[in-house]
Design a protein around this ligand. Sequence first.
Ligand code: AMP
Length: 211
Amino acid sequence: MNDLKLVLIGPPGSGKGTQASRLKEKFGIPHVSSGDVLRSEVARGTDFGKQIKGFMDRGEIGPVELITSVVLDFIDRECPNGFLLDGFPRTLYQARKLDETRGVTAALYISVPEDIIVKRITGRRTCKACGAIFHVLTSPPKKEGICDACGGELMRRSDDNEETALNRIRVYKNETVPVLDFYREKGLLRTIDGDGTTDEIFSRIIEAIGQ
Ligand code: AMP
């Protein structure tokens, strides 16, 4: 089971990160969030991190070839067998590169109506320590500001404000929607209705990948 190679695609705030944690738990495959890989470069203050910080703050893609090779190297290092990618591929260029190197078993497209995306993004809170995701309205932590899973401090990601969220949605439409056609043409796209509870969406994913 741990040689499944899955990619999760969906607009920002579609629940990719939340579903990725559940899938990781169920199948034991490594979860790679390209956003987390890049945020860690920024946090460590590497040259690469300094180069991409401004793009990330604005919700833009940045130097795509460089970012692609950093993320693909990370995947090769950390995921010799299967993987679960979240946030990658984000452009047609990245989809082609992934296809040339590792390929995928299925691309899971989490489809969510646009009007609920912005609300989801701006209410999102993320644990600084373990990355667990909460929402102030729909899945609040038991104790405000504290992670249920590890007791860490919850924060709002700096790019989870309304202005950047709108920009990220625009970038998604221009750059990432063509990736859906790429996988559709290969017969690998599975569309999941992303409107519902975490459990409902998770069951739909399991059904879609036939597990
Ligand atoms: P995410 O955590 O997936 O919402 O990504 C946060 C930000 O990181 C994005 O708005 C981009 O600036 C950057 N980013 C994440 N993944 C990629 C990628 N595959 N290619 C280029 N930039 C990315």
